[in-house]
Ligand binder design. Structure first.
Ligand SMILES: [Zn+2]
Ligand SMILES: [Zn+2]
Length: 452
């Protein structure tokens, strides 16, 4: 009889697994925890300490939330639950919150269970059925069952192996790892509020080829450094009524690619889809009125170098990923803002090959320049261009056919117009830029400008 009871105990974890969804099947009531950054986490209190709580989500997923990151009302509830938990279980058992990490491989918890179960059997089957043997045996079983029922997943988008926390503040190491592959051409620093990126606005990839609607501007370096650096908010906060990129942000950048190139609204200042009307090169970019290179479409090519890391950060602070989720799976469905908040990671956008390409609406709060009302309301802070020559106009019928780097400070752009070949060869020394134009008949003209 005793043996039968023992075996029922041993197989109980398998019965629990047979119930799809673990302890909380879909539709069961889960408490919604409100974070200070506006995000929410669904899950029921499992255990906790003076630092934070661990909640159990759908399918038994455990997620840790720091008390400091909770909104006041929810923090009070969490503290009440922690206090009650302490009075039941004693402080020693709960003082250290588990590090959130994925199990090494599925089934790891079952191996742990069997180890504990074997240990329990050994203890039970001893010659002397003493009370302390039974107690230890039951304790082993209890730990084994608990272990078998739970899995844990990481919370933050960071791939770092350190303890993960709730995404109230984007970790510097996460941002560093996203920008790291491009550190040859950019530099970064940070304070408590922003992550700053210094860049000269010139990408490592080729540019301009394929543009059929051209304003005659060519890429030259821009002074996006010092006090004119790019600023990515470290503590993104949800906007209650996110501003649509259809009717806002027609001026300035909405995001910064991890190679230091700004990403502008997918619509041009006439409300047209820049990509659809041939204004962009095959990398999704072109030059503005200050000869500033920038993207209007998602720079999906960056994921070749970035892998599963973000390809950009929106100026509201949320990351922009490529075609895959950070864990390598196919992109999950996007919301109306062109992003989503998955159960185990912070809100993020995805770049896609179709409109709106990067951002449908700015999910996070941003400040805008009061001097320019919507739709020209540009996000502040942001880095500004500095032109060296007067802006040019559209050259109807021209197609850019080639772009060549002659040296780190010299380029030649080739375009065809009326079946003839034209070139713009340009170079610079310090702030003085020389442009040599060769027309379809081989006639040359030179212009020189100095940036103030
Ligand atoms: Zn543009
Ligand atoms: Zn995603």
């Amino acid at each position: 009889m005793k043996k039968l009871a023992l075996w029922i105990c041993l197989i109980s974890p398998f019965l629990l697994q047979g119930h799809a969804g673990g302890h909380y099947a879909t539709g069961d009531l889960l408490k919604i925890w409100h974070l200070q950054n506006g995000q929410t986490i669904e899950g029921n209190f499992a255990y906790g300490n003076s630092e934070g709580i661990t909640v159990e989500q759908l399918h038994g997923t455990l997620q840790t939330i720091l008390l400091a990151n909770l909104q006041t009302a929810d923090r009070k509830i969490a503290q009440l639950k922690v206090n009650r938990y302490k009075s039941i279980h004693g402080q020693a058992f709960t003082e250290t919150l588990p590090k959130t990490s994925k199990p090494a491989f599925p089934g790891m918890h079952w191996i742990a269970f069997f180890l504990f179960a074997t240990l329990a059997l050994q203890v039970f089957s001893g010659d002397h059925q003493k009370k302390w043997r039974q107690a230890i045996g039951l304790a082993c079983l209890f730990v084994g069952i608990i272990w078998a029922c739970k899995t844990e997943t990481a919370i933050s988008p960071s791939n770092s192996s350190t303890t993960t926390t709730t995404p109230t503040k984007t970790s510097i190491s996460f941002l560093d790892s996203a920008f790291a592959p491009y550190k040859k051409t950019i530099s970064t620093n940070y304070d408590d509020t922003y992550y700053y990126v210094n860049s000269n606005g010139m990408p490592e990839h080729n540019m301009m080829v394929g543009i059929t609607s051209w304003q005659q501007q060519v890429p030259i370096p821009q002074p996006y450094s010092g006090s004119n650096h790019w600023s990515i908010p470290l503590k993104p906060v949800y906007e209650s009524t996110p501003l649509s990129t259809k009717t806002n942000f027609m001026k300035g950048a909405v995001a910064l690619a991890v190679n230091g190139i700004p990403i502008f609204n997918a619509l041009n200042n006439r409300g047209e889809d820049s990509f659809a009307i041939g204004e962009l090169d095959q990398w999704g970019g072109h030059c503005g009125r200050a000869d500033d290179y920038h993207y209007h479409a998602a720079p999906m090519h960056l994921s070749n170098t970035s892998g599963l890391k973000p390809i950009a950060f929106a100026l509201d602070g949320y990351a922009v990923y490529g075609a895959k989720e950070p864990d390598g799976t196919a992109m999950k469905a996007l919301d109306a803002y062109h992003g989503h908040e998955l159960s185990n990671m912070a809100y993020h956008y995805h770049g896609t090959a179709d409109y709106p390409y990067v951002i449908g609406s700015m999910r996070g709060k941003v400040s805008t320049d009061p001097a320019t009302p919507a739709p020209e309301n540009q996000i502040l802070p942001q880095a500004f261009t500095n032109s060296v020559r007067p802006a040019l106009t559209a050259l109807k019928g021209a197609t850019i056919t080639n772009f060549e780097t002659l040296s780190p400070t010299a380029y030649v752009l080739t375009y065809s117009l009326n079946a003839k070949k034209y070139t713009v060869k340009y170079s610079w020394v310090n702030s003085t830029y020389t442009f040599v134009f060769t027309d379809g008949d081989g006639k040359q003209s030179t212009e020189t400008y100095t940036r103030k």
